[in-house]
Design a protein around this ligand. Structure first.
Ligand code: COA
Length: 248
């Protein structure tokens, strides 16, 4: 339905997942994490699906974790995000992402698990974890260091400044930068092309690319999650989150 927070569609081997909470800049709440996990598990097991396309719209990808959920966070809820990260990391088919506007926190770190990322030139990336009193997640400690180098990973994860699509491309996070109007069609065409290739060959090739880091990545995800769930319960973090909503 058009009112669902996440909309999915299957077409010619492409399973498109559209974040649809635009009035909150596609911030991901716990309910959405659970749905995302379910959709990735569904896509993994359905043989007619050959690849996944994840997108928002041409002006907004994702403003990160719902900060209200962080404030209210209970043990069970933080598992919803971790379950999604694990579903993403355990996914076995190509993932294409189409990114525009805000790509904050998990809105950037989930891209590190994708195989091809298109970014509109209006994209604003940001990893504000330490500014919020948190640490990074989703295996980004390992993945971003490997893509961009350790010092750049420190700069992006610890200073947490905005960076744009061209910079993201230079850092190896983004494959191609395009105009906002071209974003969704370009990503969809590429997804259709990937879906039309010999499926076993594509999946095997992807597996071989990832194999080397798979085991340590799973460990990194666990370590990050432990520190993250410790930090999110601290007074320092809770005060910063509360400020986001109070300054309006
Ligand atoms: N969690 C919850 N609500 C969020 C949100 C988030 N991560 N990001 C945006 N929203 C909400 C805002 O509270 C606002 O809601 P309201 O209209 O009910 O007041 C609405 O989405 C629009 O956001 P707004 O800040 O007015 O849009 P903007 O275009 O000025 O700025 C951002 C966009 C993404 C730069 C800004 O919203 C932002 O910094 N969000 C927080 C990002 C963040 O820290 N995420 C966590 C990373 S770990």
């Amino acid at each position: 339905k058009m009112t669902d927070l996440i909309i999915t569609k299957e077409n010619q081997g492409v399973f498109t997942i559209t974040l649809n909470r635009l009035n909150k800049k596609n911030a991901i709440n716990n309910k959405m994490y659970k749905q995302l996990s379910q959709y990735f598990n569904y896509a993994k097991n359905k043989s007619t699906i050959h690849c996944v396309l994840i997108q928002g719209d041409k002006n907004c990808f994702c403003a990160g974790n719902d900060l209200q959920d962080f404030i209210e966070c209970t043990q069970n809820d933080s598992l919803a995000a971790l379950d999604f990260i694990k579903a993403l990391n355990g996914f076995n088919k190509p993932i294409i992402a189409a990114v525009a506007g805000p790509a904050v926190g998990i809105g950037t770190t989930l891209l590190l698990h994708c195989d091809i990322v298109f970014a509109a030139n209006n994209t604003k990336f940001k990893l504000p974890f330490t500014q919020l009193g948190l640490c990074q997640e989703a295996g980004s400690s390992l993945l971003l260091s490997r893509m961009a180098g350790q010092n750049r990973a420190f700069e992006l994860l610890v200073l947490g400044n905005n960076f744009n699509a061209e910079q993201a491309k230079e850092y190896g996070i983004v494959n191609q930068v395009c105009q906002p109007d071209d974003l969704l069609s370009l990503a969809n065409e590429t997804a259709l092309t990937i879906a039309s290739l010999p499926n076993d060959a594509v999946i095997t090739s992807r597996k071989l690319i990832r194999q080397a880091t798979q085991q340590s990545l799973a460990q990194v995800i666990e370590s990050e999650a432990q520190e993250f769930s410790r930090l999110v319960k601290t007074d320092a973090c809770k005060e910063i989150m509360a400020r986001f909503f109070n300054k309006k």
